[in-house]
Design a protein around this ligand. Structure first.
Ligand code: RFL
Ligand code: PHB
Length: 391
């Protein structure tokens, strides 16, 4: 099999890249190790930055998002039983975010890709990427029990944090920067309308809590838990009781409870692999970097990477200049490190680390107090949350 761009992975990065290339008249093949149902059900992100929303619209992939997505103009910070709303448009000159689940973004992109007849192979596992330093890199893969080879002009590894593409960057050029946090998130989905019309990020002495949503009838919520927690150890009423405690306020706000339909624990880590390119093999999304979910940045960074790659490849085709492709890694890493910085800052400001001292608690409260009283601090949060420009 032969194509211009071989894409490994049908998460948001791989699927959107295939769409952007299709729109630009560049052919690609997507290889995905899982089946379609699995990819469409995997519960993950919920917040699309302004830039991601704009890109999906330009790509012609936003029809359902514009009908069913819920635009949000702010978030609420909760601490010390107090509530503070951060108004995004007011602090950023008009930017906001959209609540539209990653599962739905993937479903929409898969439908478009299949309708366009674009090759998207499910249950096709990439085994290795070869020839990164040559003009014709190859992906060896297994599909329907048979091994095959995809010959490409470029390979883009969109295969997430456990993928194989990363191995194409030789160990003596690759650097990994990482931090593992001593806690995780217990996430739930519940059949009950959201208890607040915007997301609530709560800092509490018992640990962090986040109240989010998937639709007007479905609540998504998270609790900070020890990293080795088994989700099955938490009973449904115990989860609601704990959310209640961590989200408590001095006013009449109440948490709505309902049947919990899914429960899982996510570890928290920050990780960056540099560089994000070797020869004609490029890394995009979680294949190159992981952020803790507190800043809602993972999916948005994946979108940023593939937009940068697609624009650079179109420029090469249209002008013969590979200048943008040459700086792919540096361009993406600048944005990636801004997202790492913000996600780290949000995580450390809102979570209670094991062994945290009263001094640490006071510093967290002072940071939150600063955001509620200094416009510049609030604007910095709003700008970072709604997203950095794409290039
Ligand atoms: P994905 O989505 O992991 O997709 C990678 C795909 O590659 C496939 N694959 C392979 N295919 C073929 N051959 C191989 N050898 C392969 N190895 C792997 C996998 O099956 C998969 O389909 O990576 P991608 O596309 O880079 O997208 C990244 C995002 O999924 C991720 O960053 C976000 O979900 C992170 N994230 C959030 N991001 C946000 O922007 N906003 C949020 O609100 C947000 N919340 C979250 C999150 C992630 C979470 N978890 C579970 C990690 C909340 C949570 C709880
Ligand atoms: C979610 O709705 O899944 C979500 C929202 C915001 C975050 C992380 C996850 O920061």
């Amino acid at each position: 099999m032969r194509t211009t761009v071989g894409i490994i992975g049908a998460g948001p990065a791989g699927l959107l890249l295939a769409r952007l290339l299709h729109n630009a008249g560049i052919d690609s093949v997507v290889l995905e190790t899982r089946d379609r149902a699995y990819v469409e059900q995997r519960q993950r992100a919920g917040i699309l930055e302004q830039g991601t929303v704009d890109v999906l619209r330009e790509a012609g992939a936003a029809a359902r998002m514009d009908r069913e997505g819920i635009p949000h103009d702010g978030i609420e910070l909760r601490f010390d039983r107090r509530r503070h709303r951060v108004d995004f448009p007011a602090r950023t000159g008009g930017r906001s975010v959209m609540v539209y689940a990653q599962t739905e973004v993937c479903k929409d992109l898969i439908a478009l890709q299949l309708a366009a007849g674009g090759p998207l192979l499910f249950e096709a596992e990439a085994l290795a990427v070869e020839g990164a330093g040559t003009e014709q890199p190859r992906v060896r893969f297994r599909h329907q029990g048979r091994e095959d080879v995809l010959e490409c002009d470029y390979v883009v590894g969109c295969d997430g944090s456990w993928g194989v593409a990363r191995k194409a960057v030789p160990a003596d050029v690759s650097r990994v920067f990482e931090r593992t946090y001593p806690f995780g998130w217990l996430g739930i989905l519940a059949d009950v309308p959201p208890s607040h019309d915007e997301l609530v990020y709560a800092r509490h002495d018992r640990g962090f809590a986040l109240l989010s949503m998937r639709s007007p009838t479905v609540t998504r919520a998270y609790l900070q838990v020890p990293a080795d927690t088994d989700a099955a150890d938490w009973g449904d009423e115990e989860i609601w009781d704990e959310l209640d405690r961590r989200l408590e306020t001095d006013d009449a706000w109440t948490l709505k409870r309902g049947p919990i339909t899914a429960k899982s624990v996510t570890p928290m880590r920050s990780q960056v692999h540099e560089p994000m390119r070797h020869g004609r093999v490029f890394l995009a999304g979680d294949a190159a970097h992981i952020v803790p979910p507190t800043g809602a940045k993972g999916l948005n960074l994946a979108v940023g990477d593939v937009v940068t790659f697609a624009r650079a490849l179109v420029e090469l085709r249209d002008t013969g200049s590979d200048a943008r492709l040459e700086v792919y890694s540096a361009t993406c890493l600048r944005r990636v490190w801004q997202a790492e910085r913000f996600s780290y800052a949000m995580t450390t400001m809102l979570h209670r680390a094991p062994g945290a001292t009263p001094f640490d608690d006071r510093i967290q409260l002072a940071q939150l107090d600063r955001i509620t009283t200094a416009r510049s601090a609030e604007a910095d949060l709003a700008e970072s949350y709604t997203g950095f420009p794409l290039d």
